[in-house]
Design a protein around this ligand. Structure first.
Ligand code: HEM
Length: 127
């Protein structure tokens, strides 16, 4: 397994714990204000990040490229900024700008990942 796959799989697990703990916290307090934070951490953090790790595990014989490293930075930094940005926004008086910046980084990371997927699944050229 590449270091990059390991990074995604480990961080995906940590995001799951955080997202689920927030779910339990909301349920215990009967306050669902932070439900969008919970949903984004679980879906972008746990589900998407684990998929990145599993895809790189399936293609573990391929070299790790600069594009894969760029994707990892955009995906994880984007997720953190969305998480904090949504938290600020949902508190009421906060700005929505950080959540928007996080969303743009996140969609950019997905665009980079689509390019990576096309490269990984391309038919090898005939010699
Ligand atoms: C320990 C595990 C979990 C607990 C205790 C939990 C708890 C909750 C609670 C209390 C809500 C708010 C419900 C409401 O607004 O009436 C919620 C919403 C939601 N949860 Fe979870 N959840 C868990 C795991 C997950 C996972 C693994 C995912 C996705 C992979 C997920 C996705 C969502 C989504 C999409 C919503 C709707 C958010 C919204 O309406 O803004 N949850 N969850």
């Amino acid at each position: 397994m590449t270091k990059l796959a390991k990074l995604h799989l480990r961080l995906g697990g940590i995001y799951a714990l955080f997202g689920m703990a927030l779910g339990i916290h909301m349920a215990a307090k009967a306050d669902y204000t932070l439900a969008p934070v919970h949903a984004h951490v679980n879906l972008l953090g746990w589900v998407s990040v684990m998929i990145y790790g599993l895809v790189y595990t399936v293609f573990k014989d391929r070299p790790v490229t600069m594009l894969m490293k760029l994707h990892a930075v955009l995906a994880h930094v984007g997720l953190w900024i969305i998480t904090v940005g949504l938290f600020i926004f949902l508190q009421g008086s906060g700005s929505d700008v950080p959540a928007i910046i996080g969303s743009l980084l996140t969609i950019l990371s997905m665009a980079v990942f689509v390019v990576i997927l096309f490269g990984l699944t391309a038919e090898p050229k005939e010699a």
